[in-house]
Design a binder for this molecule. Structure first.
Ligand SMILES: Nc1nc2c(ncn2[C@@H]2O[C@H](COP(=O)(O)OP(=O)(O)OP(=O)(O)O)[C@@H](O)[C@H]2O)c(=O)[nH]1
Ligand SMILES: [Mg+2]
Length: 234
């Protein structure tokens, strides 16, 4: 699931980069977008010198001209991003990303990219990468300060992980455990998934690697009893 989603995001990134690269005029052209950029930065208005003037000019002036041309900005048009965003929308929905979340991600990427100014010489990759990353982080929200949450609550603090099958709960439990250990907290894990074959062994391996106690019962037993014992132990 994660692999497919990652591939789709990567593919969208590459296509966006390519599209913007192809649609962006090269330094040798006098593109329409230059006049748009000039409107935005009228103070940078400098007359383009005739080629013979450049030849005769001292190195210092030539450098200035080269720098001026390189620093000009181009605007990424909405047209450049629309088709690829349609494809990304399909990709996100096929990867089971909720419709409202998909819409929010796309709206954010569109707002970030359309009208973005790109300086010649700066990487399209960083613009696209930042837009995608901002969109994903924006949708995920600010998150929770788990350390502050623990400090503010009576011990032992209980954290229950639930969610759709195969979405990374057990892996996240291991990651959160490691994070909490690094922040000076002690952790006890309860193998509450007594239903799926191999689930107890899976969390047991994580517990062993992390050096934390895993409370476990027989497969098929009552999960609430496991959780009760875990809290008792903690
Ligand atoms: N690429 C990637 N893979 C992940 C990530 N988290 C989990 N996985 C993989 O996704 C698969 C399922 O992860 P689990 O942690 O077992 O998921 P789960 O929600 O506990 O699964 P069930 O207990 O079966 O419901 C495993 O192959 C993990 O290695 C992640 O952040 N990135
Ligand atoms: Mg699991």
């Amino acid at each position: 699931m994660f692999k497919a989603l990652k591939e789709k995001l990567f593919s969208a990134r590459k296509k966006l980069e390519h599209s913007i690269e192809v649609n962006t005029p090269t330094q040798n052209e006098k593109p329409q977008d230059i006049s748009r950029a000039e409107q935005i930065h009228p103070q940078q208005e400098v007359e383009t010198p005739a080629p013979e003037q450049v030849k005769k000019a001292s190195p210092k002036i030539t450098d200035k001209i080269v720098s001026f041309v390189r620093d000009r900005e181009f605007i990424i048009s909405e047209k450049d991003v629309n088709d690829i965003l349609d494809e990304l929308e399909m990709g996100l929905l096929e990867s089971d990303v909720a419709f409202s979340v998909t819409e929010a991600i796309l709206a954010r990427i569109k707002a970030d990219l359309s009208g973005s100014k790109r300086k010649i010489g700066t990487s399209v990759d960083s613009i696209v990468r930042n837009a995608l990353s901002d969109a994903l982080l924006g949708v995920l929200g600010e998150g929770v300060d788990i350390c502050a949450f623990i400090r503010e609550h009576e011990r032992p603090v209980k954290i229950l992980f639930t969610g759709v099958n195969g979405t990374g709960k057990t892996t996240s439990i291991a990651k959160v455990t490691r994070f909490l250990q690094k922040n000076g907290f002690s952790v006890v894990l309860g193998a509450g998934d007594t239903f799926r074959a191999g689930a107890i062994e899976q969390i047991d391996v994580h517990g062993e690697r992390l050096g934390v106690k895993v409370i476990q019962h027989q497969e098929g037993s009552d999960p609430t009893a496991v959780l009760f014992d875990t809290v008792e132990y903690a």
